[in-house]
Design a protein around this ligand. Sequence first.
Ligand code: NAD
Length: 382
Amino acid sequence: MRFRTVPSGAADPLRVVIVGAGGMGRAWLATVADSPDTTLTGIADLDVALARRAADAAGLPDLPVGTDAVALARQTGAQAMINVTVPEAHHPVTTAALFAGLPVLGEKPAAENVSRALSLAAAAEVTGELFMVSQSRRWNPQLARLREMVARLGRIGTVSTSFFRSERFGGFRERMAYPLLVDMAIHAFDSARFLLGAEPVTAYCQSYNPPWSWYAGDANATVVFEMDGGTRYVYDGSWCSPGAPTSWNGAWRVSGEMGTASWDGDHDPILDAEGQTGQPTGPPYSGIAGALQVFVRALRTGEPPSGEVHENVMSLAMVESAVRSAASGRLERVDDVLRQAHAQALRDETRAEVRDALAGWSSARDALTGVSRSRSAGTGRR
Ligand SMILES: NC(=O)c1ccc[n+]([C@@H]2O[C@H](COP(=O)([O-])OP(=O)(O)OC[C@H]3O[C@@H](n4cnc5c(N)ncnc54)[C@H](O)[C@@H]3O)[C@@H](O)[C@H]2O)c1
């Protein structure tokens, strides 16, 4: 998607406001404050005292705080917003920012469901502002090296991720119906799309809760996705599996025509393929600092970044397809999930111009993969 560029440089760093002062908001606060590419202008949270405490804890007692992120951005001259609120607030906060002329870098997931995420993709089209989702694993240099190895394996048969940990979070995760699928698996699903450069076609999932689980919902899930091109992606995970924990990134195996690549999630990946030697280089950045660097560079150059909302939504569609299959017990088609989410987005949309943009899409899949947008290029506000 074409979007408005925002020039910045060493002498003129991008002025950024953060919204959301919870656990992850504090991590972003430290990252933005440390980056030579950005100047932090303020932090907003519905709980303004929490925002104040977060700023104080970061050694920034004079940092402006507020409850309304757009108002704070205006008061402090911010040029962009980082949205680190809870998933339910992603849609209203990001929509308000885009319509106020602010590009947004948002924490995953894009929104609380695919329908709301489609609305955000349409809002980005209408406003011509960049909305990039920070899916932090995308910026892991080891994953990038694994991706380069995968490109040397010829056709790919199966990709698998094992994720087995024993986590006692307390709070909302222990009350969710599908905590592993909804709160965690999106990282792996997004990484699988990134590794393969392929999109999901179907999902079959069995999710369940072992008898010793301390979660109310299903802490275990096994999902098989068919990706376009025929590769199968298998995700096998648990959040209540005592002993021998895998990495937070999961343990990966990619089986291809010419060999196998594997990654334990914490160390350099290993390539076992005839005639292939040498370790690929990978990008020079990682984690949320990497996402911030990529966001600033995209605003300078106008090059769509990895994680641009249209490109990101399919990872959320994988989560919803897996949950739907877990509930129905059947194989689910991702296009059915997208079609229903598109219809829901049209029903729920309150902004006429966003509804018009959604109505102009031939299908959600076409819009997300660029087909509709290339047909209607030039219809954005800017
Ligand atoms: N990339 C990762 O590895 C990673 C890790 C943890 C969390 N996250 C994501 O980061 C986001 C935040 O997670 P968290 O753990 O910090 O949550 P949290 O609940 O600790 O903090 C969220 C904050 O948002 C504030 N908020 C909610 N609605 C708001 C609104 N409309 N305006 C202003 N503030 C509002 C809340 O008051 C709260 O302080 C979530 O989307 C989560 O999925 C990502």
